[in-house]
Design a protein around this ligand. Structure first.
Ligand SMILES: [Fe+2]
Length: 242
């Protein structure tokens, strides 16, 4: 059974070692590739190699910056529940870490993914405005199946696997890339296709969760996403375009 709440004293020496190895390794792989917004956010939440993040401390920081909170779940949440929490500025996160023998492959997200990769940007106002709006839309349309499917695709190609322009370069901000050694190297290489952010295309774009992505969408800024919510909502029902 996975833990349903974080008991900090229950972390083992192996957990701390796994955190440190993954932290060091990803910081090295992300060097020069990750969005400056993520690095700034990492400083906001004070994550470091020595300490597995303590949800109480993280929530204090997020609470004062954007009003967001982590809530602990044992495993990945069902879509409806996940979006419902987003609407209330709550992000569902696991609090267990993979074993040393599973450093490179995991069947389900652990806290290195949920916390290291997802949580820092919960301190960024424009990012969280967009993130919350997805939850509010799901709620507004009563968790309609079609709406949820489109929002899941939007979530996938932004929050999980999004790229962002930074000056002349393209950088990573998606959590699925940030926590993956292989995807960090692949996402910015010539091996993958990069599209400009296009909501109609994203709503039609089916994705696979079990492979490295072949296509990514590049946003200009988090303000672009936060400012596009009207279009994002209208396109949910625009059968011709979407
Ligand atoms: Fe994720």
């Amino acid at each position: 059974m996975r833990p349903t709440e974080q008991v900090y004293s229950a972390y083992t020496e192996e957990d701390f070692e796994v955190w440190k190895i993954l932290f060091d390794r990803q910081m090295e792989h992300l060097d020069g590739k990750v969005a400056p917004e993520f690095l700034e956010a990492l400083e906001n939440v004070k994550f470091n190699r020595e300490e597995i993040p303590d949800f109480k401390k993280v929530n204090k920081i997020l609470g004062s910056m954007t009003g967001w909170q982590l809530i602990t779940v044992p495993n990945i949440s069902p879509a409806e529940e996940f979006f419902m929490h987003l609407a209330e500025k709550k992000f569902t996160a696991t609090c267990w870490l993979r074993k040393m023998s599973e450093l490179d492959y995991l069947e389900e997200p652990d806290m290195f993914h949920d916390v290291f990769a997802h949580t820092p940007l919960l301190s960024n106002q424009a990012y969280t405005d967009f993130f919350q709006s997805m939850g509010l839309l799901a709620k507004k349309y009563n968790f309609d199946k079609e709406v949820i499917l489109k929002l899941q695709r939007l979530y996938w190609f932004t929050i999980e696997f999004g790229l962002i322009r930074s000056g002349e370069d393209i950088k990573i901000y998606g959590a699925g890339i940030i926590s993956s050694k292989g995807e960090t190297q692949h996402a910015l290489s010539d091996q993958s296709v990069k599209h400009d952010f296009d909501i109609a295309q994203i709503y039609k774009h089916d994705f696979r969760t079990d492979v490295i992505q072949e296509e990514y969408y590049v946003i200009e800024s988090f303000d672009q996403l936060a400012g596009a919510m009207d279009v994002i909502e209208r396109a949910l029902f625009d059968e011709v375009k979407a």
